[in-house]
Write a protein that binds this ligand. Structure first.
Ligand SMILES: Cc1ncc(COP(=O)(O)O)c(C=O)c1O
Length: 494
């Protein structure tokens, strides 16, 4: 750090930018299939920057002025997109997708424990999360003070959605032992497969459970839709008279939009990440939506005035800080989200999301042409593809067919050998091409995207494109380049 102030601010900015911005991935690049980030619209980054420059504290209207209304407008647009009663629903910007989860857990704990403010978490309280949950579900539970014995993990089906019958049996068992379910966290678009759980059935079950047990509350039902919300732009869309996407893509978009609509309509709360995938905003830009805005009352420290922000009720009419954990909350994200909704519009969002889903279909079709590569999540309606590649000597093995369900040491050894091959391939590709920005797709790697019956974890190449610039032709080409790279790798001495 220098002693004297810099003479030229421009030199400081350009010096730091050029020294420290290299190496970060470029979300706008169509060859990037790396992970679930978002290429932000320029409108959103401009508004984010303006909001930061004005340093808007999204605490109350006394400090934030009309930025409070930007938050309310985004909340209203989201409730209208989802088809939930806009006058009753209410959303808050929170700290990332993890924040949407933490808020829902807290809300359920307050619903199920009247003495929460006085006594803290009851030993009998538990939350239920799913096997396919993003790790933030367990992490947020722990951060909020729940122990692992208070986190019940519900089983998944073959397609990674949650097995409702299995889930009900487990929750019933825990309740029979005296447990009180605070929050049930289910999926409205999982991280990789974009799977949506059968939320209407879960909702019906929770109502029955509360009645059967004579509870004076119904457990809070949160749907993690931080990715799945993107399909709301297709809710009620007339697919028959649009030729924007191929027929298969239209079917996938329609099915997923219907699943998401029914999931969110049956939820108590749900999450939205504008900073993921087709959300097209800078990080972080997350809103947690409560279909019944009165649920915010469970977040406010139970009327304890000492827990209110010191500026809460002075001079202000609207004071979201009464309900938020964050006392410093940037108003910039509300402006950025609203700006992107207005600049892309419904059609623009549809083009981005539909384009990604269609490109993923094209990519998968080309991968399927090669006998030594396969798509692991063919059932997924989303835009992430998990590719498994097989070394020449194991590609024809009968263990390949039985990799999901087979048991025994030999089966496990097969999977582990194929996993090791993935690692070697990725290390080689990273060394000879990706780290040198060579041509072709820049993908990533999942060491253990699921565990199979033999006890082994499956390793895969993760193709997660998010750039709206990705064309179908480029997506097909990415699969061909992968096959060529694999052939080259197989030919070198490994
Ligand atoms: C389904 C899902 N939920 C929650 C999260 C957590 O979001 P964040 O990383 O913004 O905290 C993620 C992150 O990828 C996710 O995929």
């Amino acid at each position: 750090m220098p002693h004297a102030p810099a003479g030229d601010a421009h030199d400081v900015v350009s010096g730091i930018a050029s020294a420290f911005l290299s190496g970060a991935v470029n979300w706008r690049d169509s060859s990037l299939h790396y992970n679930l980030g978002a290429p932000p619209t320029t409108v959103s980054t401009a508004l984010y920057a303006l909001g930061l420059d004005a340093n808007v504290y999204l605490i109350n209207d006394g400090l934030a002025g009309r930025a409070i209304l930007a938050e309310a407008a985004v909340s209203r647009i989201l409730s209208e997109l989802a088809g939930v009663a806009a006058n009753e629903a209410r959303g808050l910007f929170v700290f990332g997708g993890t924040g949407t989860i933490a808020y829902s857990i807290r809300c359920g704990l307050a619903k199920s424990t009247p003495d929460l403010a006085q006594d803290g978490i009851d030993k009998r309280s538990f939350v239920a999360i799913t096997e396919e949950a993003h790790f933030s579900h367990a992490r947020s539970s722990r951060w909020l003070g729940l122990g692992d014995s208070q986190i019940l993990v519900l089983p998944a089906n073959e397609d990674r959605t949650t097995d409702v019958d299995g889930a009900i049996a487990l929750i019933d068992e825990r309740v029979a032992q005296g447990g009180r379910l605070a929050t049930l966290l289910v999926n409205g678009g999982t991280t990789y497969d974009h799977g949506v759980d059968d939320v209407p059935r879960f909702r019906g079950y929770l109502e029955e459970l509360a009645a059967r047990e004579g509870w004076d509350y119904r457990p809070h039902l949160h749907v993690d839709s931080v990715i799945g919300w993107e399909w709301l732009f297709f809710r009620g869309h007339d697919f028959d008279s649009t030729s924007a996407f191929d027929s298969r893509t239209r079917v996938l978009l329609r099915e997923q939009a219907e699943l998401v609509e029914s999931a969110l309509g049956n939820a108590d709360s749900w999450g939205v990440d504008f900073h993921k995938g087709a959300g097209c905003c800078p990080i972080d830009c997350s809103m947690v939506m409560f279909n019944d805005g009165r649920d915010l009352g469970y977040l406010n420290g139970h009327g304890r005035l000492d827990e209110m922000h010191q500026l809460a009720s002075e001079l202000s009419v609207a004071s979201p800080a009464d309900h938020t954990l964050e006392t410093s909350r940037a108003g910039a994200k509300a402006l950025a989200a609203l700006g992107t909704l207005h600049s892309l519009g419904r059609d623009g969002y549809q083009a981005v999301l539909g384009g990604l889903v269609e490109a993923a279909q094209r990519f998968r079709a080309v991968v399927a042409e090669y006998p030594d590569m396969q798509i692991e999540n063919t059932y997924s309606r989303g835009y992430q593809s998990m590719v498994r590649i097989f070394p020449p000597e194991l590609s024809q093995s009968s263990f390949r067919e039985t990799e999901r369900k087979g048991t025994g040491d030999e089966q496990r050894a097969f999977t582990e050998a194929v996993n090791a091959y993935h690692r070697a391939f990725v290390e080689w590709d990273e060394r000879v091409r990706m780290s040198r920005q060579g041509p072709g797709p820049y993908y990533s790697f999942s060491g253990r995207f699921r565990v199979v019956e033999s006890g082994a974890g499956l390793t895969g190449l993760k193709f997660y494109p998010t750039s709206p610039r990705l064309s179908n032709a480029e997506a097909e080409d990415a699969a061909r380049v992968l096959a060529d790279l694999k052939a080259e790798f197989d030919a070198v001495d490994r």
